[in-house]
Design a protein around this ligand. Structure first.
Ligand SMILES: [Zn+2]
Length: 183
């Protein structure tokens, strides 16, 4: 008989290695696929989760998944020991190379650690219908995860501009979670 507990635990412990050797596995088809298919998976998952738990909670799960993804991405694809400027340059290069977005650190307050970053031509929302809302919850988590992995501090990140609210780039504001706001 199947042990449900073990199966559950297996998927709760994410490991980068379990993403597999895509190059080896996909032979002629290779490592890339259209953004349409990424969006199809993302928005159908969001639709099904929203039906079950409501939009707010479903968005929150996307944010949490993004947080985990951002941490793992930073640990596995970037050098966390680089100085901030070099790290940002490496991050920008990697995000472009992987066709995730055109990333820019717009503002950084050295004293507080607060940041403003932009993501243009991003995977999640560029070109979607304008609905006067922000929709990049996964990216909010993803950016938090990268900054958490790099600084060791929990980051709270909010999207303020999005293709879906009529802008051409997504803009995110964030900063380390203040102790007082955690109490
Ligand atoms: Zn957006």
């Amino acid at each position: 008989m199947k042990n449900v507990f073990i199966d559950h635990k297996k998927h709760a412990d994410f490991s980068w290695e379990n993403l597999g050797d895509i190059k080896e596995g996909r032979g002629d088809l290779g490592e890339d696929m259209p953004v349409l298919i990424y969006r199809l998976m993302q928005y159908t998952m969001l639709a099904e989760m929203s039906k079950d738990m409501g939009e707010e909670k479903a968005n929150d799960y996307f944010r949490r998944a993004g947080l985990l993804a951002g941490q793992e991405f930073a640990r596995n694809c970037l050098d966390l020991k680089l100085a901030l400027n070099d790290f940002m340059a490496a991050l920008q290069t990697k995000l472009k190379e992987l066709k995730i977005c055109i990333f820019r650190l717009e503002e950084h307050d050295e004293d507080t650690g607060d940041i403003v970053v932009t993501a243009a031509q991003d995977l999640d929302c560029s070109g979607i219908p304008v609905t006067n809302e922000t929709v990049c919850f996964y990216d909010e988590g993803f950016i938090s995860g990268i900054f958490y992995a790099y600084t060791g501090k929990e980051y709270e990140v909010k999207e303020v501009d999005c293709w879906a609210n009529g802008n051409r780039v997504c803009r995110f504001k964030g900063g380390p979670v203040k102790l007082s706001s955690k109490l």
